[in-house]
Design a binder for this molecule. Structure first.
Ligand SMILES: Nc1nc2c(c(=O)[nH]1)N[C@H]1C(S)=C(S)[C@@H](COP(=O)(O)OP(=O)(O)OC[C@H]3O[C@@H](n4cnc5c(=O)[nH]c(N)nc54)[C@H](O)[C@@H]3O)O[C@H]1N2
Ligand SMILES: Nc1nc2c(c(=O)[nH]1)N[C@H]1C(S)=C(S)[C@@H](COP(=O)(O)OP(=O)(O)OC[C@H]3O[C@@H](n4cnc5c(=O)[nH]c(N)nc54)[C@H](O)[C@@H]3O)O[C@H]1N2
Ligand SMILES: [Mo]
Length: 742
């Protein structure tokens, strides 16, 4: 297969036509994509009242494969009633993530009863009665409540309020496996947990650092903004152990010149080792100071802790920086000089930074580097975590975290005249561990795939199996419904965002709040998230208490409550009528005045971790392919990495040779917690030697539960693995220095 040399382009357009045909034609797809609903995939922010495929800067048409895939998935036919008596759970466990996703839309509530091998359709009334009677038997801290980032602000707010008034703070979301390290890193440094910039700021930059992310695959619409930076003579420095095709060259379908000739994205590409970023960031800072290009006045006036940090980086020897990052002083000098010469700099990052045992420190180190030259609190400058799910940030703003912000806590108690629980509450991994220990009895998941997103898949299944009752609110089937089973498991079918009977709101990663109109339901059967949550709350807690839960089926009423309780969301009260979308005040910084006690940014000092692995032990990253959205696989092909299947390990050709392996050889991959058999070796010159790449979620059997102590985010990108050849094969590779499989 010839190697694809650029991202995007005609293939993306061809794909659009293909997907449209599957769902009944281009016009039908176009109409679906143009409704006034926030885009369903990443958090870059698209759609809403400006109409589908319009970005925050008003640019149209902006589209990507992912949004089409998500739309096509929601436009699928329904799972037939006989499906449930045809396939047993052991059979469903043989289904791939792709098979499960393409079974169709969930339209009936189903239950898998204790001891049964088959899910069984039940009525909504029955499902509500059984779930709520269970809740009435339990004590609140025996339950947990997990939220994905696709749900609306209204559903998120309502469900967390229900859980707290029921009596628990075991409320958390997928962010703990995603950008939590960004939230914690930014809050501890700047007093605010989100991007300090708007989309326009990014487009005004003359230098963008893009660290540990693959936006051509995962945030394709950011590529137009990066193209804009490049077209104006700006630079993009990519820092990534893998040279990602689309970061080198991308054909932006909505731009004729770019479509035909391609846009060079990264002007500099640096490949550290996995986990080498902190050393690298310290190195760039050290060199900037050596070049006397730092902003002393800014550090003095607007930062705390600058002296200690400057002393620490000055005292860090260059050989330590080179060894721990895997990057030479020459390359570091080049980046430092580009930084020193730039006037408006943006720092962007994703999972290559957060999915580490020192994820929070990585983020703080990015902030330190930005502060060093006064690049936060000015137009065209700032720091930007490129968020995942379309409303993951909104779910966080709505209080879907174990600990509510003090102001929200106080406002909730005051507004509803209630007393909220003050227990600590469990984060996502904490819930899994407590469940494994037998201390939790009930779990409810608002969307997502808690099983599939977890590290140590075998542990995750064993942990969920201890729950007496597990309830999933889902749109389609995923691996969680087959492997992540409680003693009794319910699946309740949900309406997608553009099928809701009432309007809902979402928040983008640029802190912009959008209004989604909803639309006609595609199937009879699914209910809206707010209807289901309000009904459950009403049946569990009754309508006579401080909250009339039944009336909370009205999203306007929920928004009224949010506007009184969540600072910055005051305008939400009237958005349903005014249709006026808005930027949340106080989050974008065009002045260096920060919401910390002193008003100054706080610089943190770090110990640089040793590079892990070496010799036979490779550092493994578990990442997304072009053809998936998280645990949902839409197609097995990973276009830009030139792979047609997912059961592969990508290794640098030097490692393939050094370990005595051959292309397409079947091997076993082992980590401290699990192994995967029959994995094919794929030589991949674009990955830095010593490091390896496999696809999530399949590779989660290998990922240990090692997590960052501050954000509790697992180190999904830094798993030590060894490669073993089955004994029968070893004769054919006599020179191999490999482990034997017993
Ligand atoms: N198509 C598509 N889009 C998506 C998603 C999806 O699954 N599919 N998921 C959404 C979600 S929830 C999220 S969080 C985002 C995820 O977006 P990304 O973070 O871009 O996704 P990953 O595939 O996890 O890729 C991480 C990138 O980090 C690099 N990397 C790995 N380890 C390191 C390291 O130690 N240092 C550095 N510097 N780089 C490293 C990898 O080579 C890879 O390019 O995308 C969102 N958008
Ligand atoms: N090894 C490894 N593990 C990882 C990662 C990694 O890079 N490597 N990435 C981590 C990251 S960044 C994240 S965010 C998590 C993802 O964790 P999750 O958010 O929990 O998982 P998703 O796969 O996005 O969830 C997909 C499911 O959501 C449901 N769904 C879709 N739309 C809707 C809707 O509108 N309403 C409702 N109620 N349900 C809906 C569908 O049933 C679908 O199957 O995984 C994490 N796990
Ligand atoms: Mo994510």
């Amino acid at each position: 297969m010839p190697k694809v040399k650029s991202g995007g382009g005609f293939r993306a357009i061809w794909y659009t036509l293909k997907k449209s045909r599957e769902v009944g034609g281009i016009w039908k797809m176009f109409q679906a994509m143009r409704t006034k609903n926030a885009c369903k995939t990443c958090a870059l922010g698209m759609g809403g009242q400006k109409g589908g495929m319009v970005n925050e800067a008003g640019s149209w048409p902006e589209f990507c494969k992912k949004s089409l895939q998500a739309m096509a998935a929601d436009m699928q036919g329904a799972i037939k009633p006989e499906f449930w008596s045809t396939y047993s759970v052991p059979q469903l466990q043989q289904f791939s993530p792709l098979d499960l996703e393409t079974c169709g839309r969930l339209t009936q509530p189903v239950v898998l009863e204790k001891g049964s091998q088959y899910y069984k359709p039940i009525s909504w009334e029955d499902a509500f009665a059984r779930i709520t009677s269970k809740l009435k038997q339990l004590t609140a801290n025996e339950t947990f409540w997990y939220f994905s980032g696709r749900s609306s602000n209204e559903a998120g707010f309502l469900l967390q309020l229900f859980a707290r008034l029921y009596g628990t703070n075991n409320v958390n979301n997928c962010s703990f496996y995603c950008h939590q390290a960004s939230g914690v890193g930014l809050t501890t440094s700047l007093g605010t947990g989100t991007a300090t910039v708007t989309l326009e700021d990014v487009e005004k930059a003359d230098l963008v650092f893009l660290i540990g992310g693959n936006p051509p695959s995962n945030h394709p619409r950011l590529m137009s903004s990066l193209m804009m930076v490049r077209n104006k003579g700006g630079k993009v420095v990519a820092i990534n152990p893998v040279i990602e095709t689309g970061l080198v060259n991308f054909r932006i379908p909505s731009n004729m010149w770019s479509l035909f000739f391609g846009t060079k994205v990264a002007s500099t590409y640096v490949q550290p080792h996995i986990g080498g970023d902190l050393a690298l960031l310290v190195g760039i800072a050290k060199r900037v100071v050596e070049l006397k290009a730092h902003d002393e006045a800014y550090l003095l006036d607007h930062c705390e802790g600058a002296d200690a940090w400057l002393a620490k980086i000055a005292a860090t020897p260059w050989d330590e920086i080179e060894r721990k990052s895997g990057v030479t002083i020459g390359e570091i000098d080049d980046m430092a000089r580009q930084y020193a010469a730039a006037k408006r700099v943006n720092f962007c990052w994703t999972m290559g930074i957060t999915h580490h045992a020192n994820g929070v420190e990585n983020v703080q180190a990015i902030v330190n580097l930005a502060l060093l030259r006064g690049m936060i609190g000015k137009e065209g400058c700032g720091v930007m975590p490129i968020r995942g799910h379309s409303n993951v940030q909104g779910i966080g703003s709505m209080g879907v975290t174990p600990k509510l912000k003090d102001s929200v806590f106080a406002a909730l108690e005051r507004e509803f005249a209630v007393q909220l629980p003050t227990t600590k509450g469990l984060d996502t991994l904490g819930c899994m561990e407590e469940s494994f220990a037998g201390r939790l009895k009930f779990g409810l998941c608002l969307g997502g795939n808690l099983y599939g997103s977890n590290p140590e898949a075998t542990f995750a299944a064993a942990s969920l199996a201890k729950l007496e009752t597990l309830v999933y609110l889902s749109t389609t089937l995923n691996t969680g419904h087959a492997h992540g089973l409680g003693q009794e498991t319910f699946i309740l079918p949900m309406l997608a965002r553009d099928e809701e009977p009432q309007s809902t709101t979402q928040e983008s990663m640029f802190n912009y709040v959008r209004l989604s109109d909803g639309g006609p339901a595609r199937h009879v059967g699914p209910k809206s998230e707010v209807e289901v949550v309000a009904t459950m709350a009403s049946q569990t807690l009754g309508d006579q208490g401080p909250i009339d839960w039944s009336s909370m089926q009205n999203t306007g009423k929920i928004r009224e409550a949010i506007s009184k309780v969540v600072p910055g969301f005051e305008q939400l009260a009237t958005i349903g009528e005014t249709k006026q979308e808005f930027q949340i005040p106080g989050r974008t910084f065009h002045k260096p005045k920060f919401p910390t006690p002193s008003g100054k940014a706080i610089m943190h000092v770090h110990q640089i971790p040793e590079l892990r692995g070496g010799g036979e032990q490779l550092r493994l990253m578990t990442v997304r392919s072009e053809g998936q959205f998280n645990t949902v696989v839409y197609e097995t092909e990973d276009l830009y990495r030139n792979q047609t299947r997912r059961d592969v390990i990508l290794l640098h050709p030097d490692d393939v040779q050094r370990l005595g392996l051959e292309e397409n050889q079947q091997v076993t991959i082992r980590s401290e917690v699990g192994e995967m058999k029959n994995i094919l070796v794929r030589p991949y010159p674009e990955i830095r030697a010593g490091n390896a790449l496999m696809y999530y979620p399949e590779a989660n059997v290998l990922v240990p539960r090692t997590a960052d102590p501050y954000s509790k985010t697992p180190a999904f990108k830094n798993v030590l693995v060894t490669i073993a050849v089955p004994v029968a094969q070893q004769v054919t590779t006599p020179g191999a220095q490999l482990l034997k499989i017993s």
